[in-house]
Design a protein around this ligand. Structure first.
Ligand code: ADP
Length: 261
């Protein structure tokens, strides 16, 4: 059963999603070579690394938006064990997709729908859950991010930070098992970044399982349980944030961090 987003999953460390040897090429360009990643319940993994290193492609592969060419993805709780080097049927890909909800760099809200309509669209149309229940839950989630009063506004009437908070609520409303964030603050004006990061930190504190692609190193250091440094389609270095940020082992990690810190 999906966790209730208002009472998030407990933070026992069971494996939610485990990825080994993830590989993806676009044409003749290998974008991911062999990426391993384990997401445990209630833990936060941050993916950092230079632009073009493959971070987004990892997230999109976990969410079924990209079809990896190789690698095994297991989700023990959902009974999924998918080997992408062979054929994968649509039903299996859909089950993988339904495990997670993604928050994008640009919020991707429908401009012609109100905040509320944006939030309830997926749970009602895709998940076919009852309208009253979905609306009540959406209001409660919007309240949590301080936006219930704006539920009848259109996205264009909100600030970028508010739009992104609606994007997060829209993801939560799907009752996913895990949350994927793809640089959720990089398109925001600097003064709006803090509000969004603070919502994400609250979710982490509440026990959500999260994978976050970010350039916000202070956030990664504060919130992540594990940091992966990607470079050229491989995880060059991984570890506890304190270790990665204070004593990176790889020269490339060091240079990347020096540029950003
Ligand atoms: P990052 O998130 O680290 O910036 P991406 O995963 O977005 O990296 O991209 C990794 C590489 O894959 C980049 O060189 C990018 O140009 C390439 N790439 C991503 N998506 C596509 C696509 N649909 N077609 C061709 N190349 C792509």
């Amino acid at each position: 059963m999906s966790p209730d987003p208002i009472t998030p999953p407990p933070s026992e460390a069971e494996t939610v999603l485990d990825v080994t040897g993830l590989a993806k090429s676009f044409g003749s360009t290998a974008v991911l070579t062999s990426v391993d990643l384990t997401l445990r319940a209630g833990r936060v993994v941050c993916l950092i690394g230079p632009s073009g290193s493959g971070k987004t492609t990892v997230l999109r592969s976990l969410n079924g938006l990209e079809r990896p060419d190789g690698g095994v993805v297991r989700a023990p709780g959902a009974g999924l064990d998918i080997d992408f080097s062979g054929p994968v049927d649509d039903a299996t890909r859909n089950r993988l997709r339904d495990l997670s909800a993604m928050v994008f760099q640009q919020h991707n809200l429908f401009p012609h729908l109100t905040v509320m309509q944006n939030v309830i669209e997926g749970p009602m149309r895709v998940q076919r859950r009852p309208r009253e229940e979905v609306i009540a839950e959406a209001r409660s989630l919007l309240e949590r991010v301080g936006l219930d009063a704006r539920r009848d506004a259109y996205p264009s009437e909100l600030s970028g930070g508010q739009q992104q908070r609606v994007g997060i609520v829209r993801a939560l409303a799907l009752r996913p098992r895990l949350l994927l964030f793809d640089e959720p603050t990089s398109a925001l004006d600097p003064e709006l970044v803090g509000d969004v990061l603070s919502v994400m930190k609250d979710l982490a504190d509440e026990g959500w399982t999260m994978a976050v692609v970010t350039h916000e190193l202070a956030f990664a250091r504060d919130v992540a349980d594990e940091v992966l440094f990607l470079d050229d389609g491989v995880v060059l270095e991984r570890g506890a944030p304190e270790r990665i940020f204070t004593a990176p082992r790889e020269e490339r990690t060091r240079r990347f961090l020096e540029r950003l810190m």
